[in-house]
Ligand binder design. Structure first.
Ligand code: HMG
Length: 384
């Protein structure tokens, strides 16, 4: 049994278009400061018609595995709350697109934004049992709220693919977790709706309560002071929410916790919007890509998914981690997005298909994988 298990490498991808929140503010007659300062968001990613969670996941995962041609992936866990089928796992579409061999266990996990963390924890268990194998965990989501709703400025899209293995090059996940589950109706998406229902204020309170609940469970199981954590990475539905959680943790523990402990983890999410399951892992990517050398430092992760489940866990940044990262590619991924105006964004949102009758989708993006449409009620994809 190996105990030194964690995130060996990661890669991120997002959608083709981006909407500046200034454009949304102008169209809605809202002071843009409400979005920039009030929510801590500047822009959000908007998918093109030939993109979905599978294409974003495939882009991230194929880049990741290209750096590890000798990988030993034995399990694929696809975490999403934007599933493309009620039965077939999005992971199976992904598996085919990136050309994995047949002898792989492939599943989809769901519990709102928390599912990526459930995937990581399952992967750690798998590697503890089979230390020579690796698990591909991909978190991929599209946050699409109703037009003109208060959730609209907190939309976004993105995928993070992570290779979980023994003796990881980036972050070794430490054994103990703090857990918290409570049945709360703060945010949900019924089967017949393409956008979620949200109790905004309740969702923020439930997030804080679950976060602190997971912290209390953690400290009851492991002796660790809040000052033993060098950086915190929170789930970021909008970056101001991470600041609120950080302040709540400081009040709860009675320890002053400076903003510098979370600041670097928020640079990508401000520009990306909410990527649900991938949001906290975009936070991790931003933190690892930042200039600060974190070798040997402890990261504390607060994962939250509405409904609600939260988990606090820690990881130690590994010696030499910087040599394995490609920060420039992540920045390029964000800056390569095509900026759209408000009418274009609105038309894209309104054109979103919610039925699976047959239709073709014209190519829009230059991304390596694209969704081509539905034929005989089957979703089809193409590799460029
Ligand atoms: P709202 O009603 O539009 O916003 O909804 P508000 O009126 O509460 O204002 C937001 C902030 O802007 C406030 O800051 C205002 O003061 C400030 P706060 O007081 O809270 O610090 N503000 C201004 N600041 C500067 N200049 C101004 C100005 N005007 C106001 N002129 C809400 C906000 C987040 C509720 C809404 O966007 C929403 O419903 N979003 C979706 C739900 C959500 O993200 N909830 C977060 C917790 S739940 C979660 O994280 C799970 C989730 O990711 C889903 C999953 O798990 O799958 C969502």
């Amino acid at each position: 049994m190996s105990n030194n298990i964690g995130i060996h490498d990661l890669e991120a991808a997002t959608a083709h278009y981006v909407l500046p929140l200034d454009a949304l503010a102008e169209a809605h007659g809202i002071d843009p400061a409400k979005f920039h300062r009030g929510l801590g968001q500047d822009r959000f990613s908007v998918p093109a018609p030939d993109e979905d969670v599978v294409t974003m996941a495939a882009t991230a995962a194929s880049r990741l595995l290209a750096r590890h041609p000798e990988h030993h992936v034995r399990m694929v866990i696809f975490a999403t709350e934007t599933g493309v089928d009620q039965s077939k796992s999005a992971g199976v579409f992904l598996h085919g697109l990136i050309g994995l061999g047949p002898h792989v266990r492939t599943v989809e996990y769901k519990q709102a934004c928390y599912a990526g963390t459930a995937g990581i924890q399952a992967a750690l268990g798998h590697i503890a049992r089979y230390p020579d194998e690796q698990v591909l965990v991909v978190a991929s989501d599209i946050a699409r709220y109703a037009l003109d709703s208060s959730g609209e400025p907190t939309q976004g899209a993105g995928a993070v693919a992570m290779l979980i293995s023994a003796d990881p090059a980036l972050v070794a996940i430490e054994p103990q977790s703090g857990l918290y589950t409570a049945d709360v109706n703060d945010f949900w998406r019924p089967n017949d709706s393409s956008t979620p229902f949200v109790e905004g204020k309740l969702s923020m309170d439930a997030y804080i309560e679950a976060t602190l609940g997971s912290w209390d469970d953690f400290t009851a199981r492991r002796e660790l002071k809040v000052t033993d954590v060098d950086r915190f990475i929170h789930h970021q539905p909008f970056t101001k929410m991470a600041r609120k959680a950080h302040a709540a943790l400081a009040a709860h523990t009675g320890v002053e916790l400076g903003d510098e402990l979370i600041e670097e983890s928020m640079t990508y999410n401000r520009q990306l919007g909410n990527a649900y399951t991938a949001s906290m892992y975009f936070g991790l990517a931003a933190q690892l890509h930042a200039d600060t050398d974190l070798t040997g430092k402890r990261l504390g992760f607060f994962s939250y998914g509405s409904g609600a489940v939260a988990e606090f866990f820690t990881g130690v940044v590994q010696e030499g981690y910087r040599a394995h990262l490609d920060a420039a590619a992540a920045v390029e991924e964000l800056s390569a997005r095509e900026e759209i105006d408000y009418p274009t964004y609105r038309a894209l949102h309104e054109a979103h298909r919610t039925v699976s009758d047959d239709y073709d989708v014209e190519p829009v993006t230059q991304a390596p994988f694209r969704f081509t449409g539905v034929k005989d009620r089957v979703r089809h994809y193409a590799v460029r």
